[in-house]
Design a protein around this ligand. Structure first.
Ligand code: G3H
Ligand code: 13P
Ligand code: ZN
Length: 328
C-alpha cells in the first residue's frame, strides 16, 4: 500500500531503524528494490528526481511505482519526489499522487545557487502548508551538500550547488535547524555533514574531518523529535569499481560513505538514507561484465537481468544493515 513518509519514519524512529530511499528511473531499478524488500520484509521509499522525470516521464514513473504496489500489496511504499526546486514543482507531484515531496530550499529555483535562510523558510513553509492539506509529507533541507575538503558539491552535471560553497554552509547548524523545523513544520530534515551526490565524494576513505557523524549527534541532541535525512549516502563499493574497470570502464580512485558510518548516524536520529549512485555502479558493472563474457548475446533481457540481480544485492545489503528488514 502507498503510505506517507511521516507514517513510515515515525515507525522507524519508534523502533530505531533507518530506511534507504532509492532513486528510481526504470523498470529494472523498481524490480530490484521491490524484490529485495519482499525477500527481507522491508518497507520501501522510492524517489523520483527531476532527472528521472526528464528521462522516463512523470506518468511512467508514477505507474511504475503503482505497479510495484499492485504486485507487492503487502509492502508499504512511499512515493517520494526528490529535490523539488519550488513549491510549484512539489504541487505538481502532489497532484500526480506522490505521498511525499522534498522541497529543497537550500538552493534557489535554478537548483545551483545557494539560497539564504529566509528564502528557504518561506518556500518550505508554503510547501508544508499545501502538502499537509493533502496528507502528503514534506522533507526540507538546511545546509548545502558538498565536500568539507574542497567546498565543491561534486557532480558536474547533476544535482547540487555550482561553484565553491562557504564552510558554514557545508555543516548544518544545530541551532538554526531547531529554528527551521519550528518555522516550517517539516516532517523530515536533510542535513549537510560533508557528503555530496555522485561517485566522487572523497579522494580517500573519509575521516571525522571530512564526514561529520559528530554533527548528526549534535543536531539530534538539539531536535530529538525530528527525523534526519542523509543525502549523498552511496557507499561506492570498491568491488563494483574494480569490475567496471576490469571490463572496459575508466573510473578513477574514489570513496563513498561507509555503511558503518551510516549505521552510526541511524543510532542518532537518521531515518532516511538516500542512495542512487550505488545502484548505478552495480548496474553498469553487471552489464559490462555480462556483455564482455557473452559477446554473442543481444537480447537486452539477458544483460538487464544481470543488472537487476546486482542492484538487488545492494538493496538487500542496505535493508539488512540499516535495520529496515523485518519491519514491513
Ligand atoms: O539527487 C540526486 C540523485 O542522485 C538524482 O540524480 O538528477 O541524475 O537523477 P539525477
Ligand atoms: P548518492 O549519489 O550518494 O547515491 O546520493 C543520492 C541522493 O542523495 C539523492 O537525493
Ligand atoms: Zn540528494
Amino acid at each position: 500500500a502507498l503510505i506517507s513518509m511521516r507514517q513510515l519514519l515515525d515507525h522507524a524512529a519508534e523502533h530505531g531503524y533507518g530506511v534507504p530511499a532509492f532513486n528510481v528511473n526504470n523498470l529494472e531499478q523498481m524490480r530490484a528494490i521491490m524484490e529485495a524488500a519482499d525477500e527481507t520484509d522491508s518497507p520501501v521509499i522510492v524517489q523520483a528526481s527531476a532527472g528521472a522525470r526528464k528521462y522516463a516521464g512523470a506518468p511512467f514513473l508514477r505507474h511504475l511505482i503503482l505497479a510495484a504496489v499492485e504486485e507487492f500489496p503487502h509492502i508499504p511504499v512511499v512515493m517520494h519526489q526528490d529535490h523539488g526546486t519550488s513549491p510549484a514543482v512539489c504541487q505538481r507531484s502532489i497532484q500526480l499522487g506522490f505521498s511525499s515531496v522534498m522541497m529543497d530550499g537550500s538552493l534557489k529555483e535554478d537548483g545551483k545557487t545557494p539560497a539564504d535562510y529566509d528564502y528557504n523558510v518561506d518556500v518550505t513553509q508554503r510547501t508544508v502548508e499545501m502538502a499537509h492539506a493533502c496528507g502528503v509529507s514534506v522533507e526540507g533541507e538546511l545546509g548545502c551538500l558538498g565536500s568539507l575538503e574542497t567546498g565543491m558539491a561534486g557532480e558536474e552535471d547533476g544535482v547540487g550547488a555550482e561553484g565553491k560553497l562557504d564552510p558554514d554552509q557545508l555543516l548544518t547548524d544545530p541551532e538554526e535547524a531547531a529554528d527551521f523545523v519550528k518555522a516550517t513544520g517539516v516532517d523530515a530534515l536533510a542535513i549537510a555533514i560533508g557528503t555530496s551526490h555522485g561517485a566522487y565524494k572523497f579522494t580517500k576513505p573519509p575521516t571525522g574531518d571530512t564526514l561529520s557523524i559528530q554533527r548528526i549527534k549534535q543536531i539530534h541532541e538539539r531536535i530529538p523529535e525530528t527525523h534526519l535525512v542523509m543525502h549523498g549516502s552511496s557507499s561506492v563499493p570498491q568491488e563494483w569499481l574494480e569490475i567496471i574497470n576490469e571490463f572496459g570502464g575508466k573510473i578513477p580512485e574514489t570513496y563513498g560513505v561507509p555503511v558503518e558510518e551510516i549505521v552510526e548516524g541511524i543510532r542518532h536520529g537518521v531515518r532516511k538514507v538516500n542512495v542512487d549512485t550505488d545502484l548505478r555502479l552495480a548496474s553498469t558493472g553487471a552489464v559490462r561484465r555480462f556483455l564482455a563474457e557473452h559477446p554473442a548475446e543481444f537480447d537486452p533481457r539477458k544483460f538487464l537481468k544481470a543488472s537487476v540481480a546486482a542492484m538487488k544485492d545492494i538493496c538487500k545489503a542496505r535493508y539488512e544493515a540499516f535495520g529496515t528488514a523485518g519491519n514491513a
